[in-house]
Each structure stands twice: as C-alpha cells, then as structure tokens.
Design a binder for this molecule. Sequence first.
Ligand code: EPZ
Length: 420
Amino acid sequence: MAKYLVQKSKPLNGEVIISGSKNAILPIMAAAILTRGKCELFEVPALRDVDVMAKLLRCVGSTVVEDYENSRLEILTEEILAEEAPYELVKKMRASILIMGALLARTGKARVALPGGCAIGARPIDLHLKGFQAMGATITEGHGYVEARAERLVGANIYLDFPSVGATENIIMAASLAQGITILENVAEEPEIVDLANFLNKMGAKIKGAGTDTIKIEGVKELFGTKHAVIPDRIETGTFMVAAAITRGTVLIKNAMPDHVKPIIAKLRECGVVVEYNDESILIKADINPLVSTDVKTLPYPGFPTDMQSQFMSLLATVKGSSTVNETVFENRYMHIGELNRMGANIKIEGRSAVIQGEKTLQGAQVIATDLRAGAALVLAGFMAEGVTEISEIYHIERGYEKFLVKFRKLGATIIRIED
Ligand code: EPZ
C-alpha cells in the first residue's frame, strides 16, 4: 500500500495553479450521455474518479477519449448499449449514482448498484429516487441494486427535504428530457450545479435558476453535443489556502474563483490571515499577524463547505485559543479527529460539535486517511508536526487532488510517496 511521509515544512511559498473541479466534471460527464452528439470537455483534472466515471460511461456504450496531457475528454454516446452501472464500479466511486438520471431520461430505464455508505456517513439516495418517482418513474430495489423505469418522464413539482447536491444534479439531468416543466425547490446552490446547468443549456436544455434555491427545467425533445471547460476546484483552492495559513506562508493561488470560496476567505481573515484577491487569483499572507481561533459551522452552499471542515480543523489545532467546529451536513465527518489527536492535537467531540484547544505542538505519527478531505487535513497537520508523519490509505487523497505531491513540493513542502 502506498503511503505519504510528511516532514515539518518551512512556511509554504510560491504559486500554485488550481485544476478543474472534481465535483463539477463528474456530473457533467454523466450528463454527456444525454445526447448522441460529441461532447468535448476541457480543464479536466487527471483523477482516479474521472477515470472510473469514464469506465462507467464505456459500460453503457459511450466512446470516451481520455487526453489528460491536455486536460481534455471527448465523450460520444451514439447508442446506449446497457442501462446499468455495475457494482464493481459503483463500489469504487459513489458518484456513479449520477448516471442514473441521464440513463433514465435517455432510455427509460436505469439499473444502478446501490452505493454503500462510507466513512463520513450512510449517504442514502432517497431524495434522488423521490425525484424520479415524482416524474413518473417506477422504482424497484433488490439484490443490492436499484432500478428506475419510465415510459417517458413527465415534468413535476419537486421539493427536496435537504438541498442534496447529487439529488439536485440527478433530477436536473432527468428533467432535461422530460415532457413538460419541472420546478425543483429547496435545491443545492453549489457552483458545481451552476456549471452542470451551463453545460446542459449549451446542449440545448432549458434550465433557469441554477445557483438559487429554485430551478425551473423545461424538458426538450433532444440535446446536442457541445464543448465546455469545467470550473476550477473550489475545495482544492480552499485546501491550498489553509495549507498556506497553517505553515504561516505566503502563497499565490492562480486559476481560482474567489467568489466560490467566500466562507473560507472570511474564516481565514477571522483567524488573522491576510487574504487579497482579484477575479482569478487569491494571495494568502499568513506571516503578518499571529493567528487566533475562530468558530466554524458547515452548511450547504453558500455556507462554509463540509469538504473544508477537516482541513480547517488542522489549522485551528495550531492557532492560539479555543475553537468549535459544528458539522451539520454529514452525520459522521469527525473521523480525522482521532488521527489529529494522535499527533498531539487536543480536540474533543461534544454532541455534534468538536472543541479544539489550539496552540498545540503537533508530533509526527502514523495516521490513516479516512476520506479524501480527512487525508488532506492530515497532510496539512504533518507540515506543522515535529518529526515525520506517515499517512496510509492515501488512495483517498489521490482520487480527488490532481498532482497533489508535485504542487505541494513546488511550494516547498517536504512530502514523499512510498510503496509499502
Ligand atoms: C457531494 O456529495 C460531493 N460529492 C461531496 O464531496 C460533498 O461533501 C457533498 O456533495 C456535500 O457538499 C460530489 O459532488 C461527487 P449530498 P453528495 O447529497 O451529492 C444527505 C468530496 O470530498 N442525503 O449533498 O453525496 C446525505 O446523507 C465529496 O469531494 C440524503 O439524506 O452529497 C448527507 O448527509 C465528499 N438523501 C447530505 O444529504 C439523499 O438522497 C448531503 O449529501 C442524498 C443526500
């Protein structure tokens, strides 16, 4: 098994270029099967999850050209040959479920292996299925699979009990080819939803309101191939912002969209970090003021993103004062706390919140990455820990951060990858 060895690093310094968004490219790849025309995608990050989604599209009949040298993908789905997402791919990546709405809309049938839970929670898909049912699909479950069938999907009024990102994306894709109008309320407002809607509208869909809590989709008969460059990854952006802060460094983050990381800018400023930005880059100066504690509550966008919670907690473990973190999106996203405490942090869970006593000198230890972002948080903590931090299960990290080691080494971090 591969591991990272992280040594205490001097303040990170220099420039980093943000890659395309993992959580934007995955639903957009699924949406590409809604047309028999060719879709060309740009700014595509070279990630394991993208490769898994490409394999899934090939399973249903797409031709997918992966050209990561040029951050490009070409997807052509002239005919759907199978309406199924097999377990061996779904178990590798929960986001495989995002193909369900597009398969259902294009063929009237979708059979997808139920994605299991993961370290951060049960991850149910009830809201996805409720949306499909509202549009006239019949849902059956059995033997670890869920199947949806519909002669023709019909537009409906749908209210989401929770602004689920995946459910919003799946229902938008299904509604794009449904008969009539779908009004979707209490939806996710994440930038990745807006990017998906922009892509679909370029294909000829009629979607209004993406980025607000209500989206109107007028179904059309056919969608067409198009070209699209995905947005930069706002969580990779936030991860490098916090990495600069925790090492008290000075880092210029390029190809970023400051508008997408406003909560992280606000929270870093509360901690005393100097943050300057223009429309495509963010400058972090963390050696100007002594850093102090603050409180964080994760919320659906535009609130503080749950995907930045663990990285920010690493920072709070090293600043002066006591902080609280309240994770409200996932029911079990504190697995990194035990690992951080093994490095000398002082973090206690009280109810649904975590209380962090800061200004701890962290020590290198052997720790385990429990999910993508928890793994990134342990790397950041390792930059401030005396001695060497050995991180295992790093496949979590490598599935979602393009050129992770290269980018950090370029900023002066001391991190190597070893095969056990
Ligand atoms: C997306 O997951 C992201 N993944 C996650 O990023 C991110 O953490 C999450 O949104 C929240 O922002 C991708 O975009 C590929 P949700 P998703 O549906 O769509 C509950 C990362 O690190 N829920 O918004 O699965 C669910 O249990 C990953 O890149 C239901 O109850 O998230 C959770 O508590 C991790 N029923 C909450 O909603 C449903 O049908 C948020 O889940 C669906 C969700």
